[in-house]
Design a protein around this ligand. Structure first.
Ligand code: IPM
Ligand code: MG
Length: 358
C-alpha cells in the first residue's frame, strides 16, 4: 500500500488533482496496487480556512506519507496579503524547504501527436527529450529579502543570492546520476561571467566532472541557454542549474512540448517526494473545466517512477497520454483544427480509457 498526501490547492489545482487521482486509481486496479489518498489544504484555500497557507497539520500529513501530489497554489485574491502569508512565500517555498526537496526534475518531452501544437517549427522540436534539473531550496528564493527606506524617501530592495559548495555538489551529483541513465550529456547553466555564486557553481561542476568521465560535461551561460533552447533544443540531454534560472528556463522549455499544460515536475531529495505540474493555478480559467490535466497526470507518473519505483506503471501512464494526443483529444490550450475539444474531466477519462486498453 502506498500512502499519498493530496494537496489540490487553488484555482485549477482543484480540477486537475482529481484527474491524477483517477489515473492512479486506475493504475492500482490494473496492476494490483493500493493507493491511499488523504487530502489536506494548502495555499489560499488553507489561508481562508485556517489563517495560514501551510497549516502544521498539512506538513505533518506530508511527512507521514510516502509521496505528495500537489495541484497549484495562489491567485489574485491572496496577492495583497502580507508577504509571509501569501501562498508562494508562505506555503510553496516552505513546503519545498521543510521536506528537503532540493532537486526539481522537469522533463520536456516531445509527443508525436503534438507536432503542430508548438509555436516553434516542427523540425526544431521533433524528437526533443530533455530534462531540466533545477536546484530548488537555495539561491535567490531563500536568501535574505529586505527593503529599506533611503534619505530621499525612496526605497532600496535587496534579495540575496547564496550558494554553498555543499548545495552545488549535491544537486550536480544528482544530475550526473540522472545523465548516466540517459544519453550521458550534462550541461551546467550559470552566469559565471557576472555572478560570484555562478563562479563557485562552475568551479564546483568542473571539479566533479573528473569523477564522471563517462558523462560529457559542458557549461553554458543562462542567456545563451535560453536562446539555444529554442534554436536547437535537441542538443540538450540533462541541464542542471540554480533555482531562479531553472524557474525561467523551464517555462521556456515547456513550449517545446506545445503547452505549459504538458510539463510535469518531481521534487525530490528528502524523505518524501512532491509531485506538481510546472504551471500555476491559472485563475483566469479556473472552475470552467478548461484546464489541461496532463502535466498533473504526468507528474503522477513521475511519482510512480521516483517515489515508488514502479517504472512499468509510470510508462503505462505516459503511453496513455501519448495515445490520447495521437487520437486528437485536446484541451483548449492545445486545440487545433480537426481535433476533438475536451474539458479537464473528459481528458482524464480518456487517459483512464487508454490505460485500461493497455
Ligand atoms: C514554479 C512556480 C513557482 C516558482 C512560483 C509559483 C513561486 O513558478 O514552480 O516554477 O517560482 O518556483
Ligand atoms: Mg515557474
Amino acid at each position: 500500500m502506498y500512502k499519498i498526501a493530496v494537496l489540490p490547492g487553488d484555482g485549477i489545482g482543484v480540477e486537475i488533482v482529481p484527474e491524477a487521482v483517477k489515473v492512479l486509481q486506475t493504475i492500482g486496479e490494473q496492476y494490483g496496487h493500493r493507493f491511499e489518498f488523504t487530502e489536506a489544504l494548502i495555499g489560499g484555500a488553507a489561508y481562508d480556512a485556517t489563517g495560514h497557507p501551510l497549516p502544521d497539520s498539512t506538513l505533518e500529513l506530508c511527512r507521514q506519507s510516502q509521496a505528495v501530489l500537489m495541484g497549484a497554489i495562489g491567485g489574485p485574491k491572496w496577492d495583497t496579503l502580507p508577504v509571509h502569508l501569501r501562498p508562494e512565500l508562505g506555503a510553496l517555498l516552505p513546503i519545498r524547504k521543510e521536506l528537503g526537496l532540493y532537486a526539481n526534475l522537469r522533463p520536456a518531452i516531445f509527443f508525436p501527436g503534438l507536432l503542430h501544437a508548438s509555436t516553434l517549427k516542427e523540425e526544431v522540436i521533433e524528437g526533443v527529450d530533455l530534462m531540466v534539473i533545477r536546484e530548488l531550496t537555495g539561491g535567490l528564493y531563500f536568501g535574505e529579502k529586505k527593503r529599506e527606506q533611503t534619505a530621499d524617501g525612496g526605497w532600496v530592495a535587496t534579495d540575496v543570492l547564496t550558494y554553498s559548495t555543499m548545495e552545488i555538489e549535491r544537486i550536480v551529483r544528482f544530475a550526473y546520476d540522472v545523465a548516466r541513465r540517459r544519453r550521458k550529456k550534462l550541461c551546467s547553466v550559470d552566469k559565471a561571467n557576472v555572478l560570484e555564486s555562478s563562479r563557485l557553481w562552475r568551479e564546483t561542476v568542473s571539479k566533479l566532472a573528473e569523477e564522471y568521465p563517462d558523462v560529457e560535461t559542458s557549461h553554458m551561460y543562462v542567456d545563451n541557454c535560453s536562446m539555444q533552447l529554442i534554436r536547437d533544443p535537441k542538443q540538450f540531454d540533462v541541464i542542471v542549474t540554480e533555482n531562479m534560472f531553472g524557474d525561467i528556463l523551464t517555462d521556456e522549455a515547456s513550449m517545446l512540448t506545445g503547452s505549459i499544460g504538458m510539463l510535469p515536475s518531481a521534487s525530490i531529495g528528502g524523505q518524501v517526494g512532491l509531485y506538481e505540474p510546472s504551471h500555476g493555478s491559472a485563475p483566469d480559467i479556473a472552475g470552467q473545466n478548461k484546464a489541461n490535466p496532463l502535466a498533473m497526470i504526468l507528474s503522477a507518473a513521475m511519482m510512480l517512477r521516483y517515489s515508488f519505483d514502479l517504472e512499468k506503471e509510470a510508462q503505462a501512464v505516459e503511453k496513455a497520454v501519448s495515445r490520447v494526443m495521437e487520437e486528437g483529444y485536446r484541451t483548449p490550450d492545445l486545440m487545433e483544427p480537426g481535433c476533438n475539444a475536451v474539458g479537464t474531466v473528459e481528458m482524464g477519462d480518456q487517459v483512464v480509457r487508454f490505460i485500461r486498453e493497455g
